[in-house]
Design a protein around this ligand. Structure first.
Ligand SMILES: NC(=O)c1ccc[n+]([C@@H]2O[C@H](COP(=O)([O-])OP(=O)(O)OC[C@H]3O[C@@H](n4cnc5c(N)ncnc54)[C@H](OP(=O)(O)O)[C@@H]3O)[C@@H](O)[C@H]2O)c1
Length: 283
């Protein structure tokens, strides 16, 4: 018993900023593995499930990070991360580490490092996998940063799944853009293939089964997943980040087409699996 108390006291104090879909799932996983956790969310009520699961909630981001060894951000986009970390940066302890897990791209990640005190290293650690994978500790964490910083945050990140060390600062954010380029182009390609199936009179289930054994098999698996919660609007943001990384002169016709599909999708708050929904029968 005494040993367990000592181990608990020796454990890193973790602050989690952002308890949306992914933040909540990550928080649940951390709590389930015995992690001490303080949380903050702009909309306070959205932190309640984690409080019920054992986390401490604060009314301000700066208050949440004050005693933290590791600060995780899991927010919508670069603007949100900048706002939240900008407000909390002055309260960070020297030697604390910030782990940025949202998908914001390598450019914004580099800018973020400039917001932090020199004594606070930044690790970029966006994730592959949705909320279910996070709760089950089966995320793939794409980690970029200085080797010492990656070592320092490993005990926390290892709780969330497989940590893939990508290289120096920004390298995790960069690989995440590569993966999500494949994800958004793949899922929109499946939608096109199913539209052709419908037009050519091929039964939808037959088409999905056949596609699942072909080159789009991974995209078919994701597009037919139920219960995931990666909003179309977030995928659209990721397509924009990838296009920004490419620059205006790059043709990238497939990615540009996928970005247009995502921007025009009728249900931006629903999971990307809705992109393959069959059009409704006319009334
Ligand atoms: N969902 C997935 O399956 C998935 C998978 C991999 C990666 N990601 C990435 O993970 C990140 C989070 O995704 P999510 O699905 O968890 O999104 P979400 O459910 O929409 O949550 C977004 C979070 O950001 C907060 N937020 C947004 N703007 C803010 C601002 N200006 N100031 C303070 N807080 C702000 C929200 O606070 P409020 O509650 O107050 O709105 C909420 O806590 C995104 O970058 C996404 O691309 C998502």
């Amino acid at each position: 018993m005494a040993d367990r108390c000592l181990a608990f006291l020796a454990m890193d104090a973790v602050a989690l900023l952002g308890t949306g879909t992914m933040g909540t799932a990550i928080g649940r996983r951390l709590l389930a593995t015995g992690q001490r956790l303080t949380v903050w969310n702009r909309t306070r009520a959205r932190a309640d499930p984690l409080v019920a699961a054992g986390a401490r909630a604060t009314g301000a981001a700066a208050e949440a990070v004050r005693d933290a060894d590791v600060v995780i951000t899991m927010l919508t986009d670069a603007t949100a991360v900048r706002e939240v970390l900008g407000a909390a940066a002055g309260a960070l302890r020297p030697g604390a580490h910030v782990v940025e897990m949202s998908t914001i791209g390598p450019r914004a990640t580099r800018d973020l490092a400039r917001l932090l005190p020199a004594t606070v290293p930044l690790v970029d650690a966006p994730v592959a996998g949705s909320a279910g994978a996070a709760e089950a500790g089966r995320l793939v964490v794409l980690a970029g940063g200085a080797p010492a910083a990656l070592d320092r945050v490993a005990p926390v990140l290892d709780r969330l799944g497989t940590v893939r060390r990508c290289g120096g600062p920004g390298s995790g954010a960069a690989l995440k853009l590569v993966l999500n380029t494949a994800l958004v182009t793949g899922v929109t390609a499946v939608a096109d293939a199913l539209a052709v199936a419908a037009a050519a009179g091929v039964d939808r289930r037959t088409a999905i089964e056949a596609l699942a054994t072909g080159p789009l098999s991974g995209a078919v698996a994701r597009a037919t997943t139920t219960g995931a919660a990666f909003a179309v609007a977030l995928a659209a943001k990721d397509a924009r980040l990838a296009l920004a990384a490419l620059g205006d002169d790059a043709p990238a016709p497939v990615l540009r087409a996928a970005a247009s599909v995502l921007a025009a999708a009728p249900h931006p708050h629903d999971d990307i699996a809705t992109l393959i929904d069959a059009p409704e029968d006319p009334p």
